[in-house]
Write a protein of this length. Structure first.
Length: 480
């Protein structure tokens, strides 16, 4: 059966979910994503060019572009694929990334080439959740995509940079779909309530403004979730008689009024977007880390709450807090890493849900602490030096000499025991000869690192004095 005949049958089937029945039939009905389908945008121009070709009855069969639609659930990826196939009057074939293997890929490519050669009809192959295809399956599309035998339309909720082969990605145009706005969702709800053919119109369903706003907001930008929650709430809403009388002359009027509480129950918190191994996982942990670095405790708490609500492993959060404490605070506040490790211990000791306050305490502490990336930059510089100059030999005076042979080779010879000096500092060098005078750690001007800078200056003055490089007091005021 042709795809759109099947779609029409589905619409007529009142057993289909509301979101499926209300699927847009044209680009004019499509809501949102103006960044890619707005006037003058590339995807709209593709649609318009295909319309002109059909209207002019052109026999030209210029290849359709291969497209990857990347975005969260319920933002219109599948709908755009359907609409493009309808506009282009192309054969549309849906592919399952779960049940199809390389054999099915090759058969689909062969059929597309035969269709183009013998029927003069192009093929659009739609692969939902294309990131689930393995490398061999993705490679199977490449020859047909390259020679224009078919146009590949892939939809994915995962970052295609991570999930798709670079060869396939380079031959496709990626369009990024975003969460629908609250206004977009509200418009879709109004349309569904007014449409008596496909939607809920004429059934006495009442969605008051407060319930409408709640549903549009809590749907999380997911049109499918919003429409299906509306249908469930409409089904569950109590039916009441709102007519003045129930006489024969004036039949009773009944309505189903949807409350805010019913909206929340229908959504069942399933609209929280979080995938512990996917794009949103990395987006949120990045946002948490950068909000702490930005010294914004409110933003940091928000992203922490998002991760907790999504069921993130609390140990993963604790590990990232420890990293943040050393990378972005370091010795500006030495207690930062202590707080982060205490949160980790609390997670191990009591787990969810009680450990949420320990994670929140550490998050706020880190956010309001003075910031310094001096430790992060120091180890980065030291590692770069190791990479650049190789493993420089440890100075002989710093080497251990547990055997007579090693002593005979001057291991440990000339070592100066720092505690034998009045200021507990000897004049000896510790870096390899090639790196003498190199400074990897540069303390910042905030928090405890101000005192660290004073200490380092004091140590250097004492060493220089002992070497005879300068005279005067070594600066024993350090620490006072």
């Amino acid at each position: 059966m042709d795809l759109f005949a099947a779609a029409a049958t589905t619409v007529r089937n009142q057993g289909a979910p509301l979101a499926e029945r209300m699927r847009p039939r044209s680009l004019d009905e499509f809501t949102g994503q103006m960044d890619i389908v707005g006037p003058g945008k590339i995807l709209r121009r593709i649609f318009e060019e295909e319309k002109r070709r059909i209207a002019s009855q052109s026999t030209s069969l210029s290849p359709l572009p291969s497209i990857i639609l990347w975005g969260p659930p319920g933002t219109g990826k599948t709908t755009l694929a359907f609409l493009l196939a309808r506009t282009a009057n192309a054969h549309f074939e849906m592919f399952s990334a779960v049940s199809s293997g390389i054999k099915e890929v090759r058969e689909a490519v062969k059929a597309a080439r035969e269709r183009l050669n013998f029927e003069r009809r192009r093929t659009i192959l739609f692969v939902d959740e294309i990131h689930r295809f393995n490398k061999a399956q993705q490679d199977g599309f490449l020859p047909a995509v390259e020679d224009g035998s078919l146009a590949l339309l892939g939809a994915t909720t995962e970052n295609p940079s991570f999930e798709l082969n670079s060869a396939l990605l380079s031959r496709s145009r990626v369009f990024v779909l975003k969460h629908l706005s609250t206004q977009d969702i509200a418009m879709l709800l109004d349309r569904a309530l007014a449409d008596s053919e496909r939607g809920l119109g004429g059934r006495g369903i009442v969605l008051p403004p407060d319930a409408r706003d709640a549903l549009a907001s809590l749907a999380g930008g997911d049109a499918r979730s919003a429409l299906n929650a509306l249908e469930l709430a409409a089904y569950a809403a109590p039916e009441t008689d709102v007519s003045a009388s129930g006489t024969t002359e004036q039949p009773s009027q009944r309505e189903r009024r949807i409350s805010v509480e019913l909206v929340r129950e229908a959504l069942q918190r399933n609209t929280i977007l979080y995938d512990q191994s996917g794009e949103e996982h990395y987006n949120l942990i990045s946002a948490l880390h950068k909000s702490i670095r930005h010294s914004d405790p409110d933003a940091a708490l928000y992203y922490l709450a998002r991760m907790i609500a999504g069921g993130e492993d609390p140990m993963f959060i604790a590990r990232r807090l420890v990293r943040t404490a050393s990378e972005d605070i370091g010795l500006a506040d030495p207690q930062a890493v202590v707080q982060a490790l205490a949160a980790k211990q609390a997670v191990e000791f009591i787990g969810y849900p009680e450990c949420d306050t320990a994670l929140a305490q550490a998050t706020v502490y880190l956010a309001v602490a003075p910031k310094s990336n001096a430790i992060y930059m120091a180890i980065k510089a030291a590692k770069a030096e190791v990479e650049a100059s190789g493993p420089q030999p440890v100075p002989l005076h710093l080497r251990n000499a547990p055997t007579d042979l090693m002593k005979a080779l001057d291991y440990g010879k000339g070592y100066q025991y720092d505690h034998n000096f009045p200021e507990k500092i000897s004049p000896q060098e510790a870096l390899p000869d090639l790196l003498r005078g190199t400074h990897f750690y540069q303390p910042g001007p905030f928090g405890f690192e101000k005192d660290v800078a004073k200490r380092l200056a004091y140590f250097e003055r004492v060493r220089r004095k002992l070497r005879g490089e300068e005279s005067g007091d070594g600066g024993s005021e350090i620490g006072k």
